[in-house]
Design a binder for this molecule. Structure first.
Ligand code: A3P
Length: 345
């Protein structure tokens, strides 16, 4: 493909969002609905609402998820990244984009879209970036394969995703690291909004009560785990900790799952390694787009650097008391019992 056509899917998406029709009545309808739901303080700076299907988040984001459910028409060729926040979304978006588009954009190319737009510019969230500010973009214009992402639990995915057979790529992370990463991230928003940051113990308490973004954590993970275990639902289930151990094996599995498998041989191995390098924490966090860029989310413009904190496994041990860690592990063991989902320790 020529460079001019290489950027066209991203350009087409940008155009669709820029030229989107608006439907303030629909947004207002859902805003009224969300406002009537039970609400409480949550593990962030804003009030959390409890969706009828049992999960929590702030008002504008929940409205975006509802508009996506009402307006999005899925295709079998769509690939949707689904994650809890702070579970490796940024990483899996990079790996997916680089893998799917490796023929148009060589992973070692200096002008790779990931290096100029960043992962959240290449694969956008339904509820934070696409269905926001009264917009209802015409996504039918976009060429295959369309790549999207979301944080909503599987029970609240736009309903045409399940009926169309779109592919889902899910990443789950140890709940304790997910909590610490979320606590750290939320701290910035709380300070920005002149709110006192939560102590780690207060954050853990909210987390255990399910009051974390898109939580309860356990319901979210189990929902996608069950989808993964019940064919024909095409759901790939990765764990952040295992991706750390062997990123190349995960790139190969990802490629196979999305229908672009790597062959064998040195050249293919080199391509896998180049994707792993391109998407590595070290490489991505050093890019100019990460150091100085921002991502426009419905909740505000977020510094790209805040999506790259430490990127390690087991950081929870530096923050949580052994007692709190044991408490979270006990909840996890009880919730995951008989699910077939192994508890990492
Ligand atoms: P920490 O806060 O533990 O450092 P998300 O992308 O879902 O918001 O998750 C953010 C977490 O993933 C952060 O964890 C961040 O540092 C880590 N992360 C971001 N990019 C990564 C990458 N390329 N490799 C490994 N971890 C990454």
């Amino acid at each position: 493909m020529s460079p001019s056509t290489q950027t066209s899917p991203l350009q087409a998406e940008q155009d669709a969002c820029a030229e989107a029709e608006t439907n303030p009545e629909l947004y207002q309808h859902f805003a009224n609905l969300v406002s009537s739901l039970p609400s409480s303080e949550g593990l962030s700076h804003n009030q959390f609402y409890r969706h009828d299907q049992g999960w929590h988040t702030g008002l504008v984001v929940m409205v975006g998820a509802m508009v996506a459910d009402a307006c999005f028409t899925a295709r079998p060729s769509d690939i949707v990244v689904a994650t809890l926040p702070k579970s490796g979304t940024t990483w899996i978006k990079s790996l997916l984009y680089a893998t799917v588009h490796r023929r148009e954009h060589h992973p070692a190319a200096a002008d790779h879209p990931l290096t100029s737009l960043g992962p959240h510019g290449c694969i956008k969230f339904f509820e934070y970036q696409i269905y926001t500010r009264n917009k209802v973009p015409d996504l039918d214009k976009l060429p295959d394969p369309r790549l999207f992402s979301t944080h909503v639990p599987s029970v609240s995915l736009p309903r045409t995703i399940a009926t169309s057979g779109s592919k889902i790529v899910y990443v789950c992370r140890d709940p304790k690291d997910h909590l610490i990463s979320q606590w750290d991230f939320a701290k910035k928003f709380r300070v920005m909004n002149q709110l006192e940051p939560f102590s780690v113990e207060a954050a853990a308490e909210l987390f255990c009560r399910g009051l974390s973004p898109f939580g309860p954590y356990w319901d979210h993970v189990l929902g996608y785990w069950r989808a993964h275990r019940s064919p024909p639902d095409p759901t790939l289930f990765f764990r952040y900790e295992e991706m750390h151990k062997d990123p190349a094996a995960h790139v190969r599995r990802l490629a196979e799952f999305v229908g672009h498998p790597f062959g064998t041989g040195e050249e293919e191995d080199a391509a896998v390694d180049a994707i792993v390098r391109l998407c590595s924490f070290e490489h991505m966090s050093g890019l100019e787009v990460t150091k100085t860029g921002k991502t426009d989310l419905v909740v505000g413009a977020v510094e790209n650097s805040s999506f790259f904190q430490r990127g390690v496994v087991g950081d929870w041990a530096n923050h949580l008391s052994p007692e709190t860690a044991r408490h979270i592990d006990a909840i996890t063991a009880a919730k995951f019992m008989r699910s077939g989902l192994p508890v990492l320790s």
